[in-house]
Design a protein around this ligand. Structure first.
Ligand SMILES: [Mn+2]
Length: 306
């Protein structure tokens, strides 16, 4: 029998050590072997190419907010759309755990989605899925694992960290959008450069941690203590070099669930609500992939607040 969205939600709410471990192991195997063109996506080392046809659901930071994830999946009807058409895809922009109470459930749900629709789901790496030498603070995933899995927590934690290292760092839609969790490094000459982020600590840190800034012209240190701030000039230079039009990223809380910066060249999406943040809305993007939009302001009709 085919899994439905209500089944999947029920499973994620009931997740235990055995089912969680199993889903991590299966997803790890999938990430290890999945390379090349399958359906609407082409998977390369660290980078996913999205072909410009069909539609995408794009989701920003979730940080353990299971309720918002369920709201998005239910309202967008994308589970049904993906079951019906190969050209419907989902892109998650990273930061699935920490902060919210339901990190385990959120990881379970998104990994299970990936296993159900391996050719249609993209799970990008956020700074909360970052390398072991750059752990965000606060990182309460270990505490949540201890509470839920008791003495078994360490083995699950080891496994999920291994999986984090396999998540792609970036995705792009030909001639249109670059999708990453944080932001742009100052020098990026071609899309292929994104594939070496796993062997380049500085590049990876920039991709996962950077934020766009309206006041800074060029590039400068971030108050986060990791990554940098990048200005409008960097955005326009890098996008031009990559022949892309708009950067779609998450990583920052937005009062309205989204914000547009750098003259419409950067769209930030934030898809969770509740403490420790104070945003009134979360938002997601329902993106028609074949249409050409060269400015995030043109994407406004496709942004859904909840
Ligand atoms: Mn982040």
């Amino acid at each position: 029998m085919k899994l439905t969205l209500p089944d999947l939600i029920k499973e994620s709410k009931e997740v235990q050590f055995v089912s969680f471990t199993e889903v991590i192991e299966k997803a790890t195997n999938l990430f290890r072997k999945k390379k090349g063109k399958t359906g609407p996506l082409t998977f390369s080392e660290g980078l996913v190419q999205i072909h410009p046809s069909g539609e995408a659901l794009v989701i920003g930071d979730l940080h353990g907010d299971l309720e918002s994830l369920i709201t998005i999946l239910t309202r967008s009807s994308f589970f049904r759309k993906m079951s019906k058409s190969h050209n419907s895809i989902m892109v998650f922009l990273g930061d699935y755990g920490d902060r919210g109470k339901f990190s385990v459930e959120v990881y379970y749900l998104i990994l299970k989605l990936k296993l159900c629709f391996p050719e249609q789901v993209v799970l990008l790496r956020g700074n909360h899925e970052g390398p072991e030498n750059l752990i965000p603070y606060p990182h309460d995933l270990p505490t949540q694992f201890k509470t839920k899995f008791k003495n078994n927590w360490q083995s699950v934690y080891r496994k999920i960290r291994e999986l984090f290292n396999l998540l792609p760092n970036a995705a792009f839609v030909e001639e249109r959008y670059l999708m990453i969790h944080g932001g742009l490094p100052p020098r990026l000459e071609r899309l292929e450069d994104l594939m070496r982020a796993n062997t380049d600590d500085e590049l990876l840190e920039n991709l996962l941690w950077n934020d766009p800034n309206a006041d800074i012209k060029d590039f400068g240190p971030s108050p986060r203590g990791a990554g940098n701030l990048f200005g409008k000039k960097i955005t326009s230079n890098v996008l031009k070099k990559l022949s892309l039009e708009v950067l779609i990223r998450s990583h920052e809380c937005c009062e309205e669930g989204f914000k547009i910066g750098h003259g419409g060249k950067v769209l930030t999406l934030f898809s969770r609500k509740g403490p420790p943040y104070f945003n009134e809305y979360g938002a997601y993007l329902h993106l028609p992939l074949s249409e050409m939009f060269d400015n995030a302001k043109l994407l406004l009709p496709y942004i859904h607040k909840f």
